[in-house]
Design a protein around this ligand. Sequence first.
Ligand SMILES: CC(C)=CCC/C(C)=C/CC/C(C)=C/CC/C(C)=C/CC/C(C)=C/CC/C(C)=C/Cc1cc(C(=O)O)cc(O)c1O
Ligand SMILES: C[S@@+](CC[C@H](N)C(=O)[O-])C[C@H]1O[C@@H](n2cnc3c(N)ncnc32)[C@H](O)[C@@H]1O
Ligand SMILES: [Mg+2]
Length: 312
Amino acid sequence: MSLSFKLLKPTNVLSQLGVFSRFAVRMQTRCKSTDASEDEVKHFQELAPTWWDTDGSQRILHKMNLARLDFVQRTLRSQVKIQDPDVFVPGYNYKEFLPEYVSENIQREVQDSLETSLGERPEMRVLDVGCGGGILSESLARLKWVKNVQGIDLTRECIMVAKEHAKKDPIIEGKVNYECKALEDVTGQFDIITCMEMLEHVDVPSEILRHCWARLNPDKGILFLSTINRDFISWFTTIFMGENVLKVVPKGTHHLGKYINAKEIIAWFNENYSGQFRLLDLKGTMYLPLQGWVEHDCSNIGNYFMAIQRLQ
Ligand SMILES: CC(C)=CCC/C(C)=C/CC/C(C)=C/CC/C(C)=C/CC/C(C)=C/CC/C(C)=C/Cc1cc(C(=O)O)cc(O)c1O
Ligand SMILES: C[S@@+](CC[C@H](N)C(=O)[O-])C[C@H]1O[C@@H](n2cnc3c(N)ncnc32)[C@H](O)[C@@H]1O
Ligand SMILES: [Mg+2]
């Protein structure tokens, strides 16, 4: 590995921002640019056996799954046009001006029409990069507008757990398949690519994004990311509180120096794919003990969800 990552202390995190962006650093020693480091694989190997224990070491990931599925579905619905001419979609904020029962009716009609349109859409092919034990892969495979989900991960034990768990649900039989392989070895094109809570675990995230882009349907394919900004709040919540105080995240899961700022990702897309993509949505998200994961508009602080659409 060309660079050694030290855990950045919050005091010097500001000196690191912008000066030492590992984001575009290319590996010199790894045979594959999208390969996983041994320490990351070893960490997740040990977690694999309890992956599907919703009160176990991945409980926070299970809780996050609800929020990120909302984000994915909301983003996709925003891309669907209402086809039904009988559905009235007011051109103003009707919730503020119409009686509650009227605006609820409108909202339900719009929702039903969107669900129908999504259900009629050509069935979507999904790639889940760094799928782990399949928490997100399975949830996506259960969505009616998904044709199939390909989950890949480089921790073999996670793939084995994912395969075994998928057998428990006949609804997703034949809709989800898993392989232990590097992203650059994945062939085919996908309408949706998800890369959730994985970028902060790789040494060269730009290589992951580059290979995701190459496999994204150029006709409006959508890349969904969730990862963590490199800032003090992230260190405080995800490492100090998450791993050391509340102990709700396995110790050693995260390293501040590997976190990636949302602004860095957007800048990288502008630099490499200017005019070929659209940022569909970017939301901050944070875990609150009594509420679970909640979205907020400070996407440059802490965790965030991002949706990027390929236009050509
Ligand atoms: C607007 C804004 C962001 C303001 C912030 C202001 C501020 C100081 C807020 C503090 C928030 C607060 C109330 C903190 C109290 C302590 C607390 C609840 C901390 C959260 C700890 C936690 C659950 C962090 C989540 C870590 C994380 C990213 C989980 C995903 C995950 C999980 C796993 C796994 O389970 O194995 C592995 C991964 O790689 C993950 O990314
Ligand atoms: C925190 S888990 C997230 C799992 C899943 N995406 C989710 O959110 O439920 C991170 C996963 O990324 C995998 N991973 C790390 N580096 C990888 C790489 N270079 N290629 C493929 N998978 C990788 C790890 O093995 C681990 O299973
Ligand atoms: Mg993580």
